[in-house]
Design a protein around this ligand. Structure first.
Ligand SMILES: Cc1cc2nc3c(=O)[nH]c(=O)nc-3n(C[C@H](O)[C@H](O)[C@H](O)COP(=O)(O)OP(=O)(O)OC[C@H]3O[C@@H](n4cnc5c(N)ncnc54)[C@H](O)[C@@H]3O)c2cc1C
Ligand SMILES: *[C@@H]1O[C@H](CO)[C@@H](O)[C@H](O)[C@H]1NC(C)=O
Ligand SMILES: *[C@@H]1O[C@H](CO)[C@@H](O)[C@H](O)[C@H]1NC(C)=O
Length: 377
């Protein structure tokens, strides 16, 4: 085992979980991450809903009990909160034990002791004579017998190993904004209608309005909000599936017109969904995508020691999806697979049934949140 040479591309959730579990079992690995080390202290500072089925199997590798795990990660932990979802939060309805965790804190907890090489942006992989030779954008080269693509929905590893895989863009217009407010403003204008919950949502006509807490400090509260609805046909000025990646931050004026026409809102919703205040926030146009990977291409790559986990293998829509949970589960599962079965037959690791259901359940949940039962185009 100590001879094993495992490289993980991406220090996101699946990569860090895998690395941490392998390390705990005495198998060292190196994680290559495109971002800079400095960004590590601020990136991914938002809330994700975690389910016990995903995080409980991880606890023994972290040597933590569940109460401590929840307390340390809860988005409102600083004020003694437990990451409680709102009782009206559609996302939480299916599991009362889910909680809202701050993703940055989780990544910090996972990365303890791991060898993360920042500023390693994978550009290409070539397989020669049983070794995978990786080239990074700044010219670094590394050879490795095992390469794990844990590099998220736009996975570079996937484009080399399963080039015909494609995104399915679902017909929903979704905008996500962020705002940081000082404690007094929060207590006066947001808190009274949120009842201590970290996720609250309401319907307004055909649209879903959601407010979530990302993190709390002793002085400020980080808030995210989402405005979403089904796309309208034949033309919908706020649904732009063909936009470029950089187009995510270009927000059409029609969005603000639509917000103004919403009718009267109360409490935190009135404060958040105020077109003039929104214009000052950082807003992104989110595409709801799922990815399907060509199975034969993927399995052939596994035969060469290249394996995909997390969003790289089975991205689901951000809204309604279980992506963070699936990424954690994949990391634990792959580590256990390698410990038990080694790395000679990695294609057997793939759990097709479970993976198809992440994508299907995510799409179904997104549709349910918007009052329909089917999300296909
Ligand atoms: C705002 C937001 C809210 C979300 N809320 C939820 C939620 O409530 N519940 C839920 O289950 N999921 C949620 N998700 C989805 C969840 O975060 C993802 O599904 C999950 O992080 C996927 O994990 P991953 O390890 O596959 O990829 P990621 O966590 O995306 O990690 C990929 C890593 O690879 C790095 N990388 C990418 N390309 C390269 C390259 N070429 N070379 C080197 N490194 C590279 C990236 O910088 C990143 O660090 C949310 C996502 C967002 C953005
Ligand atoms: C990596 O492998 C390739 C092909 O086998 C070889 O030419 C190259 O010298 C190796 N590079 C390193 C850094 O070991
Ligand atoms: C190891 O391989 C066997 C046989 O394919 C399989 O049943 C088992 O689940 C694998 N172990 C893990 C931890 O996945």
């Amino acid at each position: 085992m100590s001879q094993m040479n495992v490289s993980i591309i991406g220090a996101g959730l699946s990569g860090l979980v895998l690395g941490r579990c392998l390390l705990q079992r005495g198998i060292p690995c190196v994680i290559f991450e495109r971002d800079t080390a400095r960004s590590g202290s601020t990136r991914h500072n938002y809330g994700v809903t975690l389910y016990p089925w995903a995080f409980q199997p991880l606890l023994k590798y972290l040597d933590l009990n569940e109460a401590t795990f929840r307390r340390v990660l809860a988005v409102d932990g600083v004020v003694g909160g437990t990451g409680r979802l709102g009782s009206n939060a559609l996302l939480g309805l299916d599991d009362a034990d889910a909680f809202r965790a701050n993703r940055r804190k989780l990544e910090k907890m996972l990365s303890k002791g791991l060898d993360v090489r920042w500023e390693h942006h994978l550009a290409s992989i070539q397989t020669e004579g049983g070794s995978n030779s990786m080239v990074f954008r700044k010219g670094q080269r590394v050879n490795s017998s095992i390469v794990v693509g844990a590099d998220g929905p736009h996975s570079r590893v996937r484009t080399f190993t399963a080039p015909t895989s494609s995104f399915n863009i679902l017909p929903f217009a979704v905008y996500n904004g962020r705002r940081r407010v000082d404690l007094k403003t929060f207590e006066d204008r947001y808190a009274p209608s949120m009842d201590g919950a970290n996720v609250v949502e309401i319907w307004q006509g055909q649209s879903l309005l959601q407010i979530t807490i990302n993190d709390r400090t002793s002085k400020t509260v980080g808030i995210s909000y989402t405005y979403s609805r089904r796309a309208r046909s034949p033309v919908d000025p706020i649904f732009t599936p063909e936009r470029s990646t950089s187009g995510a931050s270009q927000i059409p004026d029609e969005l603000f017109d639509e917000i103004r026409s919403l009718g009267s809102l109360d409490g935190a919703f009135e404060e958040v969904f105020d077109a003039e205040k929104m214009r000052k926030d950082r807003i992104l146009n989110w595409l709801m995508r799922s990815v399907s990977v060509d199975v034969s291409e993927r399995n052939a790559a596994a035969g060469q020691g290249i394996v995909l986990v997390g969003d790289a293998a089975h991205a689901t829509p951000i809204l309604g999806g279980y992506g963070a949970n699936a990424a954690i589960q994949d990391g634990v599962d792959l580590a256990e697979y390698i410990v038990q079965n080694g790395t000679s037959n990695l294609a057997k690791f793939y759990k097709d049934v479970a993976w198809r259901s992440y994508v299907r359940d995510g799409e179904a949940q997104l549709a349910k949140m918007h009052g329909h039962t089917k999300a296909s185009l």
